[in-house]
Design a protein around this ligand. Structure first.
Ligand code: CUA
Length: 155
């Protein structure tokens, strides 16, 4: 098979680039110790109502911090309204019973996607008292725009 000179140059360039890119990728991955994400929490969407802690969703004050368990479903959150303390780290653990939703607390950095079978988590410390709106920003069906809850932060 005859290859034109430019074709050979172009092929060499392509193959060399590929080797360089893969080498850089491998080097950074090993040098910086990249690993697949670990510690993923799972829960069966069918039995979420029976499995602790999601059989009793709500707010749990642990002293130095607060744990919050919430279950999303079309088109609501359970519980629908919670009260949280000011200035204490709050760990949110949220899952969904049916389709993909989100748990987005307006005016905060909490914005999670809820995927059936998985528990997503986020930590946030409220520094301002008041009422915070929680919205679903993943389109989940005809009642998507009705899916919301309220977080009341009291000092
Ligand atoms: Cu749930 Cu949109």
């Amino acid at each position: 098979m005859h290859l034109h000179r430019y074709e050979k140059i172009w092929l060499s360039f392509g193959i060399t680039s590929l080797i360089v890119f893969l080498a850089v990728l491998a080097f950074t991955a090993f040098a910086e110790g990249h690993t697949p994400p670990g510690g993923i929490l799972t829960v069966s969407p069918e039995s979420v109502d029976q499995v602790p802690p999601f059989n009793a969703p709500g707010v749990y004050d642990r002293g130095d911090y607060v744990d919050v368990y919430i279950v999303g479903q079309i088109f609501s959150y359970n519980p629908n309204r919670i009260e949280l303390p000011l200035g204490k780290p709050v760990h949110f653990y949220v899952t969904t019973k049916d389709v993909v939703h989100s748990f987005t607390i307006i005016d905060t950095t909490v914005n999670m996607m809820l995927i059936p079978g998985y528990v997503n988590s986020a930590t946030y410390t409220f520094e301002k008292p008041g009422s915070y709106l929680v919205l679903c920003n993943e389109y989940c069906g005809a009642g998507h725009q009705l899916m919301q809850m309220e977080v009341e932060v009291k000092g």
